[in-house]
Design a protein around this ligand. Structure first.
Ligand SMILES: NC(=O)c1ccc[n+]([C@@H]2O[C@H](COP(=O)([O-])OP(=O)(O)OC[C@H]3O[C@@H](n4cnc5c(N)ncnc54)[C@H](OP(=O)(O)O)[C@@H]3O)[C@@H](O)[C@H]2O)c1
Length: 253
């Protein structure tokens, strides 16, 4: 597909499942042509593409390990070749990796968590910002976490610190890119039902967390995606440097 349409163009990382998948679908429904990024889960990415196309949207799949700057640069080049531009970048790919208490943490684990959750945001943003700066327009949305503000659940210190870095990066980047007409914002999801929690949270732990949520349920990926879609839209034109909590009231700032 070589998109000749005038639709806005979006790249969503980690769009093969969970929040990223819901975001890609939400943007597709709102008329964006979407680059659906994945790494391991090609089947999930195909599902995302199918959902978007079923509702009349256009989308392409792109594969890259976001921990590798060279792969990210090639992915962005490929999307730019296909779309001509990228108007919206959603830095969503990320993971807790595994739960580890401080005394069992290795340097390798720490670096893995930071490379996946923080370096990836730097690599993707730098690669896309070159084009956004040239076109003097664009929107970047970073997916942080409630862990950035509350320190995370058991064994999630490195992840919480990494998501804190994403939140701070969002603010600094917003200032640096504002003169080019580029807005940078974030979302900080609370407890959202995705494969993330299927891997890292026991049913008992999930029940305890849901009991603490004032709205009394774990969020659906579509509810975070809706906030991301708002941040991407012109309605959010006076917002930059902000990270919006999407957590059913679990943490209020
Ligand atoms: N669910 C929650 O409650 C929650 C709360 C706060 C923040 N978050 C954040 O929200 C984002 C999405 O999480 P989710 O809950 O939707 O989890 P998910 O369903 O596990 O999705 C994670 C996504 O990240 C991608 N990814 C993982 N490692 C990658 C790598 N090395 N290279 C490229 N892509 C990679 C995965 O792609 P492949 O599977 O194709 O490799 C997948 O699409 C993450 O940044 C997470 O930290 C989630």
């Amino acid at each position: 597909m070589n998109s000749e349409r005038n639709d806005p163009k979006a790249l969503v990382t980690g769009a093969s499942s969970g929040i990223g998948q819901a975001t890609a679908v939400a943007l597709g429904r709102r008329g964006y042509t979407v680059a659906v990024h994945y790494f391991h889960n090609e089947k999930g990415a195909q599902e995302t593409l199918r959902h978007i196309r079923e509702t009349g949207g256009e989308a392409v799949g792109v594969k890259a390990d976001v921990r590798d700057q060279g792969e990210v640069e090639k992915m962005v080049e490929a999307v730019l070749k296909e779309f001509g531009t990228i108007d919206v970048l959603v830095n969503n790919a990320g993971s807790l990796v595994t739960r580890v208490p401080l005394l069992e943490m290795t340097q390798e684990y720490w670096n893995e968590v930071f490379t996946l959750n923080v370096n990836s945001v730097f690599y993707c943003t730098q690669a896309v910002a070159r084009n956004m700066i040239r076109q003097k327009a664009g929107v970047v949305i970073n997916v942080s976490s409630i862990a950035a503000r509350n320190g995370g659940g058991p064994g999630a210190i490195a992840y919480a610190a990494a998501k804190g870095a994403v939140l701070t990066f969002t603010k600094g980047l917003a200032k640096e890119l504002a003169p080019y007409g580029i807005r940078v914002n974030g979302v900080a999801p609370g407890v959202i039902l995705t494969p993330f929690h299927e891997r890292f949270t026991s049913p008992e732990q999930m029940k305890r967390m849901v009991d603490m949520i004032p709205l009394k349920y774990a969020g659906r990926p579509e509810e975070t995606a809706a906030v991301i879609a708002f941040l991407a839209s012109p309605e959010a034109r006076y917002l930059t440097g902000e990270t919006i909590e999407v957590n059913g009231g679990l943490l209020m700032d």
